[in-house]
Design a protein around this ligand. Structure first.
Ligand code: MG
Length: 369
């Protein structure tokens, strides 16, 4: 029986993690649940799964729940480090994920990782800590899960090839995107996701962030990406002999989520098999019109706190765009500006990373009040 702590249990990934627990109740138990908001759903989950710990991080206002509830940000680390937890599923959004991941690693927990900020902003801290503690980090994101699965073919690879759907504005020119509204940007062709990640997919920054994550997870800078509209191949690895391994499945998070939990076993999932009558297509990236991935690569080249700065600027800019304060193409200009004026810290501590994030987000929020 694997005992899970699910950080961010009311979000899209967290809810699907609980679907896997419902599917295999003899293999998994839920020891801890936390949510930032969504108290009603959190309480319903607590009543169903009977964890020994429930945390509501976004509030200190007591709620009516059958299980005692811990309130405030500290609940996240408490859930991540409990003695009755084996695997910590980190499906929270934001920098709070980085602190929780580091705490869970130090406590010797296996990490099932769906939080982007931990590897983008604190990749070296996380990977060094995991190595020192001998802890596995199992990726939940579909691309990184695909690469991880492909690497079971062999270890000597030429390059990683991430796939990208291209988002809702594939094929368009930068000029034609100036007046895009938030409502248009959050409509994704294949995946149903939160607003922030949908905008990241529309700007292609999502792929940029995934390049940074992959660089840390798989210890390489040999990472390319290709546009694959159907989102059936979730990523590929090209090996030294010329073999290219690809991981395919219908576009659902069910498979990567379940595999991160059941690894090293593969069990039946809720996903139907793929229909081969539909063609699969591939296109070269268009970084002239979608330059965000190049910016992400640049932050990786600079290193230190630069990927954290890129992520902070992007998060703030996407927030401003969603509030109609800036235009769609301004997101890139803001991130580029932040990166070009950054005071680089070569070997940042956790505190340096958190400060970099707070300073950049704080400044952008003041500038565009
Ligand atoms: Mg992804």
């Amino acid at each position: 029986m694997k005992r899970l702590a699910i950080l961010g249990s009311t979000g899209s990934i967290g809810r699907q993690v609980l679907d896997v627990v419902r599917r295999y109740p003899d293999r998994f138990s839920v020891a801890a649940l936390t949510a930032h908001t969504g108290a009603d759903l959190l309480c319903a989950q607590a009543a169903e799964f009977k964890p020994s710990f429930v945390g509501l991080t976004g509030s200190t206002q007591a709620i009516d729940c059958a299980v005692p509830v811990a309130y405030g940000a500290e609940a996240l680390e408490e859930a991540a480090t409990r003695d009755d937890v084996d695997t910590v599923v980190v499906s929270v959004v934001g920098m709070c994920g980085l602190k929780a991941v580091l705490a869970a690693i130090r406590a010797g927990k296996t990490i099932a990782l769906a939080n982007k900020e931990s590897l983008v902003a604190g990749g070296s801290l996380v990977m060094d800590a995991a190595k020192a503690a001998g802890v596995d980090i199992l990726p939940i994101d579909s691309e990184h899960s695909a690469v991880w699965q492909c690497l079971s073919f062999g270890k000597r690879f030429q390059k990683i090839i991430l796939t990208a759907s291209g988002g809702p504005f594939f094929g368009r020119t930068r000029d034609s995107l100036k007046n895009i509204t938030p409502e248009e940007a959050v409509k994704h062709p294949n995946w149903n996701m939160g607003a922030k990640i949908s905008v990241d997919s529309a700007t292609m920054m999502n792929k940029g962030l995934e390049i940074i994550e992959a660089a840390h997870l798989f210890h390489t800078d040999r990472i390319e990406y290709v546009i694959h509209r159907e989102s059936v191949i979730h990523s590929m690895v090209a090996f030294e002999d010329g073999t290219i391994a690809a991981q395919m499945s219908p576009p659902t998070m069910d498979i990567p989520i379940q595999l991160a939990l059941t690894y090293p076993e593969r069990l039946p999932s809720g996903t139907p098999t793929f229909d081969f009558s539909k063609p699969l297509t591939f296109h070269a990236p268009d970084e002239k019109n979608f330059p965000m991935p190049a910016l992400a690569r640049e932050s990786l080249r600079i290193g230190g706190n630069a990927p954290c700065a890129l992520n902070a600027a992007n998060e703030a800019a996407v927030g401003l765009f969603l509030k109609h304060k800036i235009g769609f193409c301004d997101i890139y200009e803001i991130v580029k500006g932040v990166l070009s004026t950054l005071s680089v810290i070569e070997k940042p501590t956790l505190q340096d990373i958190l400060n970099t994030y707070d300073e950049i987000v704080g400044k952008l929020m003041r500038d565009y009040r």
